[in-house]
Design a protein around this ligand. Structure first.
Ligand SMILES: [Zn+2]
Ligand SMILES: [Zn+2]
Length: 550
C-alpha cells in the first residue's frame, strides 16, 4: 500500500484549494475551496473543483478537514456534500461560517459537522490527524499533521507568523519543532501566496494602531471597509471606536451575519454593551461619534460602500468631513473597480486611506522570512509548495532548496504524488477539472458558452426576425433587424437597411425547398449577414436568425 496525494485545486492558481490524501484503505480531503472568476470568465459567479474524480474513492472517503473559514477553503463544501455525505472537521469559527453557507443550500442540519480544537488529535479513517494553530487574517485557523503507514505529513493551510497575535495564540512553531525532532516529517505542504514578498509580514496589531490614529484625528464619521471574515480586525475597529467615543453601525449582510456568528462562538467581544449602532440611527448622532463598518472594499458595483460613495445608500451618504478607510488588499483583477470607488469617495468629499498610502491593511500570509522559518523548523524530506500560481510555487521550491531541502517538488493540480514508506514517486495524472457556477447552474456553462459570451462582449449581437405564413410560406413581416452592442439604431438607418436587404435577398434567392427547411435558410442568412457586417464594420457580431411561423 502507498499514500496518494492529489491536489484537486490550488496548485497553479490562487483559490480553489483542495487536496486529497488516499492510502487505498481510507481517504480524506483537506479543504474544499472556490475561486473567484478572472476577466475571461464572463458572468461566472465562481469556480469550484470538479469532485467527479472522488467517485473512485467514494467508499473510503472518510472526511473533510477544514483549515479556516475563507471562501477559497470552504466555498465548495456545499457542492461537495451534495455528492459525498462525509463528516466535516473544523474549528468552531470555521464551522460557524460554513453553517451560513450550508443554510443557503438547504444543507444545515443535514451536514455532519465535527468541531475540533486548534491543538487536537483524532482519527479520520486510517489517518491519525493532529491540528495545530496558525495565525492568518481570520481567527481560529489551523494546519494539520497527518500520520499514516507511509509517513508523517504537514499541511500548513494559510499562515503567517505573527509575533503579536490578536488572540494571543501564535503559529505553532514550537510544536512543529518538537515533531521534527521526534518523528521526521516525510513531506511539508506549505502556503506560497506571499513568497514574492521579502522580509516579514507586519503583525495584525499594526492595523489596530493605524486605525487608532484615524479614529483619533478624523473630524467626522469614519467609514471602514474590509472583508467580513477578518474577525480580529472587526474587533479592532470596535475596540478603537469604543476608546474614542464612537458607536459602530454594521452595514452589509455578511458583515452583520459574521459578527453575529463570531459573538455567538465567543471569538469576538463587544467592548461596550451599546457599541453597535443601528444603521438607521446613524444620522441622529454627531458625526464624530459615528463609525461605519462595511463590506465592499473590492469596489463591487452593488456593494454598500459603492452606493455610499455615489450617495445612493439608504442610510449612509458620504459627504465632506467623512474619512473612508479601505482596510484590505487590492485583489488583482479588482484594481479598476477599487480605483473607481476611491475616486467616487474623494468626489463625494471624503478623505480616503488605503493600503498604498497607509498601514490600514497587513497581509495574512507569510513573507519569505517566515516561509524560511517554517521550512527550517519542519525540515521535511520532501517539500511541496501549495496555494499559489506556478511562479509562486516555483519560487517557493527554490527557496526550500536554498535552505538545504534537496527534494523540493513542484506539482500542479491533478498530479499524483505517491508516497511509499517515505519515498515519493510521481504516478501520472488524475482527471481533475473545474466547474463554473453561474447562478443556479453548476457545470452547465463550459468553454463554448464562455466563448459565446466573450464574442458577444466584443462584437455584440444581431437578430434577424422573419415572420412567415404557415400555410403559404410567404413573408408576413420582416426581415426586421435588432442589434445589441453593435451600433446605435438612430443614425445607423442606412446600415440597418443594408442588413435588411441582405437578409431579404437570401430569402428571395432561396429555392422553394430551402425556404421550407428552416435550418438551411438560417445558415444561409447567418453567412450572408456575417459577410455584410464584416465588410461594412469589420466586426463579427453573433448573428441569430429567428423564423416564426404564424
Ligand atoms: Zn485564507
Ligand atoms: Zn487561502
Amino acid at each position: 500500500m502507498s499514500l496518494r496525494v492529489i491536489p484537486l485545486g490550488g496548485l497553479g492558481e490562487i483559490g480553489l484549494n483542495s487536496m486529497l490524501f488516499d492510502d487505498g484503505e481510507s481517504a480524506l480531503l483537506v479543504d474544499a475551496g472556490l475561486m473567484f472568476p478572472d476577466d475571461t470568465m464572463l458572468g461566472i459567479d465562481f469556480v469550484i473543483p470538479d469532485y467527479g474524480v472522488l467517485r473512485e474513492t467514494a467508499g473510503r472517503l472518510a472526511g473533510l478537514l477544514l483549515t479556516h473559514g475563507h471562501e477559497d477553503h470552504i466555498g465548495a463544501v456545499s457542492f461537495l456534500l451534495k455528492d459525498f455525505d462525509i463528516p466535516v472537521h473544523g474549528t468552531p469559527l470555521t464551522l460557524g461560517l460554513l453553517r451560513r453557507r450550508l443554510a443557503e443550500h438547504g444543507l444545515d442540519g443535514v451536514a455532519r459537522l465535527v468541531p475540533i480544537g486548534r491543538a487536537d488529535r483524532f482519527r479520520v479513517g486510517a489517518f491519525d490527524v493532529e491540528s495545530f494553530p496558525v495565525c492568518h487574517s481570520i481567527p481560529d485557523g489551523v494546519g494539520y499533521i497527518l500520520r499514516c503507514a507511509d509517513g508523517v505529513f504537514v499541511h500548513t493551510g494559510d499562515f503567517k507568523i505573527d509575533e503579536r497575535p490578536p488572540d494571543g495564540v501564535p503559529t505553532a512553531i514550537g510544536r512543529l519543532a518538537r515533531l521534527a525532532a521526534e518523528e521526521p516529517v516525510t513531506a511539508l505542504f506549505s502556503d506560497s501566496t506571499n513568497v514574492e514578498r521579502e522580509g516579514y509580514s507586519l503583525p495584525e496589531a499594526f492595523v489596530g494602531e493605524a486605525l487608532s490614529e484615524v479614529f483619533e484625528t478624523a473630524p467626522g464619521r469614519v467609514v471602514v471597509a474590509m472583508f467580513s471574515s477578518n474577525i480580529h480586525r472587526i474587533q479592532a475597529v470596535l475596540d478603537t471606536a469604543a476608546r474614542y467615543g464612537r458607536r459602530v453601525a454594521l452595514v452589509g449582510r455578511s458583515m452583520v451575519g459574521n459578527v453575529a456568528t463570531a459573538l455567538e462562538i465567543g471569538c469576538m467581544k463587544l467592548p461596550k454593551p451599546d457599541i453597535l449602532l443601528p444603521v438607521e440611527e446613524a444620522e441622529k448622532l454627531p458625526p464624530a461619534q459615528v463609525a461605519v463598518l462595511t463590506t465592499g472594499s473590492q469596489g463591487e458595483p452593488l456593494s454598500a460602500l459603492t452606493l455610499m460613495a455615489l450617495g445612493e445608500h439608504k442610510y449612509i451618504k458620504i459627504r465632506e468631513g467623512d474619512t473612508a478607510v479601505l482596510s484590505s488588499k487590492f485583489i488583482p483583477g479588482n484594481e479598476r473597480a477599487i480605483a473607481n470607488v476611491i475616486n467616487n469617495l474623494f468626489l463625494a468629499g471624503a478623505d480616503v486611506l488605503y493600503e498604498k498610502i497607509s498601514e490600514v491593511h497587513v497581509s495574512g500570509h507569510a513573507s519569505r522570512e517566515e516561509l524560511k522559518v517554517m521550512i527550517r523548523t519542519v525540515r521535511p524530506r520532501y517539500f511541496i509548495p501549495i496555494h499559489g500560481e506556478m511562479r509562486h510555487l516555483i519560487r517557493h521550491g527554490k527557496l526550500a532548496r536554498e535552505l538545504g531541502v534537496s527534494r523540493a517538488e513542484i506539482a500542479a493540480d491533478g498530479e499524483i504524488l505517491e508516497f511509499s514508506r517515505g519515498e515519493l514517486t510521481r504516478a501520472g495524472n488524475a482527471p481533475v477539472g473545474r466547474l463554473f457556477v453561474d447562478g443556479k447552474g453548476v457545470g452547465d456553462v463550459e468553454g463554448l458558452v464562455l466563448k459565446d459570451r466573450y464574442h458577444l462582449s466584443q462584437d455584440g449581437l444581431v437578430m434577424v426576425v422573419l415572420a412567415l405564413s404557415s400555410g403559404s410560406g410567404e413573408i408576413l413581416y420582416g426581415p426586421d433587424i435588432v442589434t445589441r452592442g453593435v451600433v446605435t439604431e438612430n443614425g445607423s438607418e442606412s446600415l440597418l437597411e443594408g442588413a435588411r436587404e441582405t437578409a431579404l435577398k437570401v430569402w428571395e434567392e432561396a429555392s422553394p425547398e430551402a425556404r421550407k427547411d428552416h435550418a438551411e435558410i438560417k445558415t444561409d442568412i447567418r453567412k450572408a449577414m456575417r459577410r455584410f457586417f464584416n465588410k461594412r464594420l469589420e466586426r463579427k457580431p453573433v448573428i441569430i436568425p429567428v423564423l416564426l411561423e404564424l
